[in-house]
Design a protein around this ligand. Structure first.
Ligand code: PLP
Length: 389
């Protein structure tokens, strides 16, 4: 068979490979602590499961409208009005199977040979993978520890060229849990006004997961860029619904029709039961979200302190999401080797910083979406491994 040239440029998300290896080691009887995969360890609120079961019992087994049933788009609009105080029409909302299709669709819309797309590095690996697949040139926006793992607006704006078509931002960010501060967001928005031809994809999938009173700053709240802003958010992280495969995006008038056409070509629609469950998540009590974040916070504080006590490791306090991104340069082991050794020899699954791009060398991503007793044990194993015990 002769595959298309494009296939060789498609990357992957290492977290899924590490998950597969961790599972196969566990099946061989090894005791593995998986701090690799990025998903909450809680379950969705009960009303979500009830609503989805009811939808199935009520006979919702068929296709739905491609952008999502109208009640879910209305519910998302109400949710955005409530959480961000921003008015969005249901007509601009597209419900997708998770957040990932929004990344794929936005990049497919703007990416082609000769185009340049800016993306966070280290960042969610799918950005760079799909940019390369589209034929466009990926231009990394450095997300550095010295900038608290966020972008610097001046640096970002200096990367723009006449070929730039799309800029991808992610705050709070995967893998390091940094978040853009208001002044840098303001500076970015002011700077980008000179280039109204550039679209922006703001990946805000961790919008509800913050610590220490930090407030979410959404790019949706800047009216100056609304006509070219694509917002990505969803239920996966906020409501612990990663396996339900449901997310939402907000598209400007000029792009919503193209996005819907991509959806029709790709997946037709999200399954109806997930949509009804997702409505219940947005409309029901939000205590499960608050409890989940409080529990992440306790684990985050423990983990940061414990990692900083290990010789060879230093770890910044993340302000959002549920990952720490410790600096491991003091261990004198590169990121990939440490990922492999910790998994194979110490039984702890983590992800090498380089899985998130070249600026991730010297770091490991550790997810703290795992019970505290697992995290304690994992830290002990990491400490023992690094001290040669
Ligand atoms: N964007 C970021 C930054 C992520 O970390 C993830 C998942 O890990 C996604 C998007 C995709 O989310 P979903 O599982 O809803 O497709």
């Amino acid at each position: 068979m002769k595959l298309s040239e494009k296939m060789s440029s498609l990357g992957t998300e290492t977290a899924f490979e590490v998950l597969a290896r961790a599972e196969s080691l566990a099946n061989e009887g090894r005791d593995i602590i998986n701090l690799g995969i990025g998903q909450p360890d809680s379950t969705p609120p009960a009303q979500v499961v009830d609503a989805a079961i009811k939808a199935l019992r009520d006979g919702h087994h068929g296709y739905t409208a491609a952008p999502g049933i109208y009640p879910i788009r209305e519910a998302v609009a109400e949710y955005l009005a409530h959480t961000l105080r921003v008015e969005v029409s249901p007509e601009n909302i597209l419900v997708t199977p998770g957040g990932k299709p929004t990344i794929f669709f936005a990049i497919m819309m703007f990416g082609e040979l000769g185009a340049e797309i800016l993306y966070p590095n280290p960042g969610f690996p799918i950005y760079e993978s799909v940019i390369r697949f589209s034929g466009a040139k990926p231009v990394p926006i450095p997300i550095l520890e010295r900038n608290n793992f966020s972008f610097k607006a001046d640096e970002l704006l200096s990367l723009i060229t006449p070929a730039t078509r799309l800029i991808i931002l992610n705050s709070p960010g995967n893998p390091a849990g940094g978040a853009a501060c208001k002044s840098e967001m303001d500076k970015f928005v002011a700077g980008i006004e000179a280039r109204p031809d550039i679209a922006i994809l703001s990946d805000e999938i961790y919008s509800r997961i913050y610590y220490g009173g930090t407030e979410h700053i959404s790019l949706l709240s800047y009216p100056q860029i609304r006509n070219r802003l694509i917002l990505l958010d969803g239920w996966s992280k906020t409501y612990a619904m990663t396996g339900w495969r449901i997310g939402f995006s907000v598209w400007p008038n000029e792009l919503i029709e193209g996005a819907t056409r991509l959806a029709i070509n790709c997946h037709s629609c999200v399954n109806a039961a997930s949509q009804w469950g997702a409505i219940a998540a947005l409309k029901g009590p939000q205590t499960s979200v608050l409890n989940m974040v409080a529990s992440f916070d306790e684990r985050r504080r423990f983990l940061v302190e414990a990692l900083n006590a290990i010789p060879g490791i230093t770890c910044k306090d993340p302000v959002g999401a549920f990952y720490v991104f410790p600096n491991i340069t003091g261990s004198e082991i590169n990121s990939f080797t440490l990922q492999q050794e910790l998994l194979e020899k110490a039984g702890v699954a983590t992800i090498a910083g380089t899985s998130f791009g070249k600026f991730g060398e010297g770091y490991l991503r550790i997810s703290y979406a795992s019970p505290l007793q697992n995290i304690r044990l994992a830290v002990d194993r990491i400490k023992d491994y690094l001290s040669g015990c």
